[in-house]
Design a protein around this ligand. Structure first.
Ligand code: NAD
Ligand code: UDP
Ligand code: UDP
Length: 324
């Protein structure tokens, strides 16, 4: 039964890791949620528990094509996020960021809807400024293997600010730093899911390079809180605004933490460092703290415990499935 008070919210990429958590949160907040996804990296499984919810709707659609629906707010998350996936079809990755942004901005313009963009710390590339504040313009190689993602996201930010200036659209741009948690795909290729799955399966932990490169890992629940705060902030807060956990760890430290928390006997092996892999990354979250009164609350160890518990369950299920 429709409540007239509920806001209709579109989440593109809603069947992905972050999108599925956001859909859950918006439903809990009383919104009607339209989840749009082409299932490139997301799965129906991520939202299957929401399908019977009376305020949830799922639609298979590729955002590089126009979309005509009626909503009050848009969260634009559609885009593969793991290097392995976004480099699989790089042209499609750029199209998803750029054509997807144009279509979702056109939709927002027609509806006069507020629109949120899931941008990324990758707009800073391999940063020469540390930690990275929002006014740092970045160090991206425009022709390297990561460029389809980094430059696609940079162009999407440009489009958001041009629609804001020229069409008066209400925009919210979040620059998301590495985020992890339940519902990352086990074969996603990102470091946290790789290490946890390898540790649980007793396989070698694959560190690319010497493991001295750093990342700052944010637990998914903290990030989603930041999304909702940004979306609901006053209209003059457009971003870009960094959302991430400033706790910075080397990849070697992460590997050791995963081995310790899983009690695994896995050994560390070293593989070549991929081209253009950023050496260090840490968000300056002063803006988010000041403007949104937001900061992460879940330390890495606690977040890893929860994520390990999720992957243990997933791997157990996979073991059971063939016998079913
Ligand atoms: P994910 O791969 O789990 O989710 C992306 C979702 O977008 C998937 O469900 C996928 O099927 C869908 N998608 C891809 N191309 C599409 C298209 N053309 N049309 C419709 N749907 C499409 O990744 P995630 O970690 O949940 O990332 C969500 C968003 O957040 C992405 O835009 C990503 O760039 C951004 N982000 C994530 C992180 C992170 O650490 N998780 C960091 C920075 C930015
Ligand atoms: N668009 C869409 N849904 C809408 C309105 C527009 O997908 O409800 C797409 C449309 O296909 C267009 C893009 O958004 O290509 C940009 O729209 P805009 O109105 O800004 O530009 P124009 O239509 O003039 O090219
Ligand atoms: N990485 C690693 N082993 C893996 C996967 C990734 O050492 O199995 C490294 C990767 O080279 C990078 C860091 O971990 O330095 C984070 O990689 P991820 O793909 O998770 O995210 P991004 O590079 O986009 O921050």
């Amino acid at each position: 039964m429709k409540t007239f008070a509920s806001k209709r919210v579109l989440v593109t990429g809603g069947a992905g890791f972050l999108g599925s958590h956001l859909c859950e949160r918006l439903l809990a907040d009383g919104c009607e949620v339209l989840c749009v996804d082409n299932y490139f990296t997301g799965t129906r499984d991520n939202v299957v528990h929401l399908l019977s919810h009376p305020r949830f709707e799922l639609m298979r659609h590729d955002v590089t094509f126009p979309l005509y629906v009626e909503v009050d707010e848009i969260y634009n998350l559609a885009c593969p996020a793991s290097p392995v996936h976004y480099q699989h079809d790089p042209v499609q990755t750029t199209k998803t960021s750029v054509h997807g942004a144009i279509n979702m901005l056109g939709l927002a313009k027609r509806l006069n809807a507020r629109i949120f963009q899931a941008s990324t710390s990758e707009v800073y590339g391999d940063p020469e400024v540390h930690p990275q504040p929002e006014d740092y313009r970045g160090n991206v190689n425009p022709i390297g293997p990561r460029a389809c993602y980094d430059e696609g996201k940079r162009c999407a930010e440009t489009l958001f600010f041009d629609y804001h200036r020229h069409c008066g659209l209400s925009i919210k741009v979040a620059r998301i730093f590495n985020t992890y948690g339940p519902r990352m795909h086990p074969n996603d290729g990102r470091v946290v899911s790789n290490f946890i799955v390898q540790a649980l399966e007793g396989k070698p932990i694959t560190i690319y390079g010497d493991g001295s490169q750093t990342r700052s890992f944010c637990y998914v629940d903290d990030l989603i809180e930041g999304f909702v705060r940004l979306m609901n902030s006053p209209a003059d807060i457009t971003g870009p605004i960094n959302l991430g956990n400033p706790g910075e760890f080397t990849i070697l430290e992460l590997a050791e933490a995963v081995i310790r928390l899983t009690g695994s006997k896995s050994k560390i092996v070293h593989h070549p460092l991929p081209q253009d892999d950023p050496k260090q990354r840490q968000p300056d979250i002063t803006r988010a703290k000041t403007l949104l009164d937001w900061k992460p609350t879940i330390p890495l160890e606690e977040g890893l415990r929860r994520t390990i518990a999720y992957f243990e369950m997933q791997l157990d299920r996979q073991k059971v499935r063939p016998a079913e």
